[in-house]
Structure formats: structure tokens, C-alpha cells
Design a protein around this ligand. Structure first.
Ligand SMILES: [Fe+2]
Length: 242
């Protein structure tokens, strides 16, 4: 019967579309490409001595006697390819200033300040099957010349795929931050400035979400450090200032 064949053909068509698109069919039948998360310099404070505790909760150090100072802030999301598929099994690293603006780095203590020894300063997590990751940390401390920012790196098998920074919407210094203002295109830049809101009503803890979109090509170390190859026409890798 003719009427029977119509849905069958439609099913076949749908199946072939599924195959052609690797199983991912979105509103417009084909997946739209997501904007890559823009790169940023690693800066000078990637830890030169890694802490013993390197888990994804930076607010408490294993065996520590007190929690870190500052506003507890959680963020998480998915690590995705530009076609929207999840990237599992990659390590996401986070390092940042403590409540006093100091880093876990031998030169990372700001003038007149002291490091918060209850803050882990660095942590990492491996993305799960769905590409998901999550960190519990603090709102970064402010230090001279920069806006509030978290440093993020994505690695697999000893290769760095992305070095970037994450920012908080509404922070006054964002508009004058040279590194943020030179990251990627204006649309890419918006993708690294996220809203952080109270975790629940009345909570003093903040919560944000952030999907990281990563390309297939590992970074060259010169680009990550903001060296010679990063200068010139590559707006995603500004010179290393902070
Ligand atoms: Fe920094």
C-alpha cells in the first residue's frame, strides 16, 4: 500500500541523515558549528611547584585545618568539539589568585600581601563520558593590572589543546583588561565572560556554568606563553603581561 511506504521512506531519510552527521541531528537537521573558546596567554603564574592536593575542590586542602578565604564559587559545564560532541578523558586544569591576589608560584605573592595557605591555588579534573567537568573554588582575588580571572588549560596525553581565561560578568575592570579585550572575536570574548549568581536564594556561594569549545590542534608552547609567535596578527594570544 502506497501510504505505508511514505513513512518508511521518511525513516530511511532520517537514518541516512543521522549517519551523515555522525548521529547528531539538531533543529536545522545539521549541527551548527560552535564558536571555539578563544585562547589567552598562560601568564607568568602557572604553578612552578604543584600542590600535593590537586583535586577539583580548591577550597579545602587535604589535611588542612581551615577552609580557604574568599567567596566560594562553583562552575562547571561541558568540554565540546565545535560540532557539539562531548570530549571525554581530557584533563582540565585551573589555577588562580587566592583572596589576597596571590598565586601558588615562587613569584606569585603580590607586594604587601600574603598567600592564603588554606587555598589550594591549583586543581584539575578529567572530563567524564559526557565531557562534563566541575570545580569548587573561590572568586579570584584582584591584583594590580588585571580584572578578576581564572586560568584554564585543557590537556591530553602531555599535549596542551587550549590555554584560556574565564571572567565574571559585571566586574568593573573587565572593560579595561588588556588580555580580555584582545581575546578572539567579540563573540568569542562574550563566551568567556559568564554570569555568576547565588547558588540558591540567600546563599553566599556563587554558581556559574561554562561550556568550553576546543579545537583538534594542540597549542604551540610559544603561543601559550605569549612569546614571539603570539605577537602580531594573532588576537587570541596577546603579549604576556600578567
Ligand atoms: Fe592571572
Amino acid at each position: 500500500m502506497y501510504s505505508f511506504h511514505i513513512p518508511l521512506d521518511r525513516r530511511r531519510l532520517f537514518r541516512s541523515l543521522l549517519l551523515a552527521s555522525g548521529g547528531l541531528v539538531t533543529n536545522g537537521l545539521y549541527a551548527e558549528a560552535l564558536l571555539l573558546t578563544p585562547r589567552a596567554t598562560e601568564g607568568p603564574y602557572y604553578p612552578d611547584h604543584l600542590p600535593l592536593d590537586q583535586d577539583n575542590d580548591l577550597t579545602v586542602i587535604l589535611g588542612g585545618t581551615a577552609p580557604a578565604g574568599g567567596t566560594v564559587t562553583e562552575f562547571g559545564g561541558r568540554l565540546l568539539k565545535a560540532d557539539g560532541s562531548p570530549v571525554a578523558g581530557r584533563t582540565i586544569e585551573l589555577w588562580q589568585a587566592d583572596v589576597n591576589g596571590c598565586y601558588v608560584h615562587s613569584k606569585g605573592v603580590q607586594r604587601g600581601k600574603e598567600r592564603d595557605h588554606h587555598f589550594q591555588g591549583y586543581g584539575k579534573i578529567v572530563t567524564n563520558e559526557k565531557g562534563e567537568y566541575r570545580f569548587r573554588t573561590i572568586k579570584p582575588g584582584l591584583y594590580t593590572g588585571r580584572t578578576l580571572h581564572w586560568h584554564i588549560a585543557v590537556n591530553e596525553g602531555g599535549k596542551r589543546f587550549l590555554t584560556t581565561q574565564l571572567f565574571i560578568a559585571g566586574v568593573e575592570q573587565n572593560d579595561s583588561d588588556g588580555i580580555l579585550q584582545r581575546m578572539g572575536t567579540p563573540e568569542q570574548r562574550l563566551s568567556v565572560i559568564r554570569e555568576f549568581r547565588p547558588k540558591s536564594s540567600g546563599s553566599e556561594e556563587l554558581l556559574g556554568t561554562w561550556d568550553i569549545i576546543v579545537g583538534e590542534t594542540p597549542e604551540e608552547p610559544e603561543v601559550r606563553r605569549g612569546g614571539p609567535k603570539a605577537k602580531g596578527p594573532r588576537p587570541e594570544a596577546p603579549p604576556d603581561r600578567n
